[in-house]
Design a protein around this ligand. Structure first.
Ligand SMILES: N[C@@H](CCC(=O)N[C@@H](CS)C(=O)NCC(=O)O)C(=O)O
Length: 221
């Protein structure tokens, strides 16, 4: 019997990626909510689990793994008989990973909670300036993503099957919408996001459907 526990926060986009992977793979898991808003991730208890105090962390039979790329790769290798999130051909897999990294390394770190806090506390950014910073990096990254998609997309980022690339894109679009990014600039991304959210496993992984989602933000299918 597998014991999968995900340390997660409903609005954490990196946690959203892993929740979607677990759902698509039909792997039952329990959630331990860590509230980023009240800085629970900085408390010593969580620091014992994640020495760099970030979500998500997956515990599998007591072994802990951080970083969503590593977690998703681990799930793919450990449960190969479940839904495959990467194509088999190495070139195709590299393109999917390239798409994941456009979000994982090129957009997400620049708009992380700790970056926003530093911009405000040490560089005197106002709330509006911090939002403009996020919007700038999302626009830049999505412009690159949209170009990449033009060559490879079908209904989803890479052809007509959901891959890991979609699991990185959709949570980033969720964040973009929070910051009111003009998504009409990105028609392919927008179409793919809509297709993904029609998938019940991805929808159920989204922030509106989590155990720790505040009542007023809960969505219902
Ligand atoms: N590259 C990491 C990113 C992890 C990460 O930064 N997670 C955010 C939540 S989405 C976090 O815990 N931020 C806490 C902070 O910035 O203090 C991954 O893919 O797991």
């Amino acid at each position: 019997m597998e014991n999968l526990v995900l340390y997660s926060y409903f609005r954490s986009s990196a946690s959203y990626r892993v929740r979607a992977a677990l759902n698509l793979k039909k792997l039952p898991y329990s959630t331990k909510a860590v509230n980023l808003k009240t800085a629970e991730h900085l408390l010593p208890d969580f620091n014992k689990i994640s020495s760099f105090s970030e979500l998500p962390v997956l515990s599998h039979n007591g072994n802990e793994i951080a970083q969503s790329v590593a977690i998703i790769n681990y799930l793919e290798d450990t449960f190969p008989e479940t839904y495959n999130l990467f194509p088999k051909l190495s070139y195709d897999k590299a393109i999917v990973l390239q798409m994941c990294e456009v979000v994982n390394s090129g957009i997400h770190p620049l708009q992380n909670l700790s970056v926003g806090k530093k911009l405000k506390s040490e560089h005197s950014f106002s709330v509006e300036e911090a939002i403009a910073w996020n919007v700038f990096w999302i626009n830049k990254g999505f412009t690159n993503f949209e170009k990449l998609l033009a060559n490879f997309h079908g209904d989803f980022c890479f052809g007509n099957e959901i891959t890991a690339a979609d699991l990185f894109l959709v949570p980033q679009v969720y964040n973009a919408k929070r910051y009111k990014v003009d998504m009409t600039q990105f028609p392919i991304i927008s179409k793919i996001e809509k297709n993904c959210l029609n998938n019940v496993d991805i929808k159920n992984a989204s922030p509106g459907f989590q155990e720790d989602t505040p009542e007023e933000l809960k969505e219902h299918l």
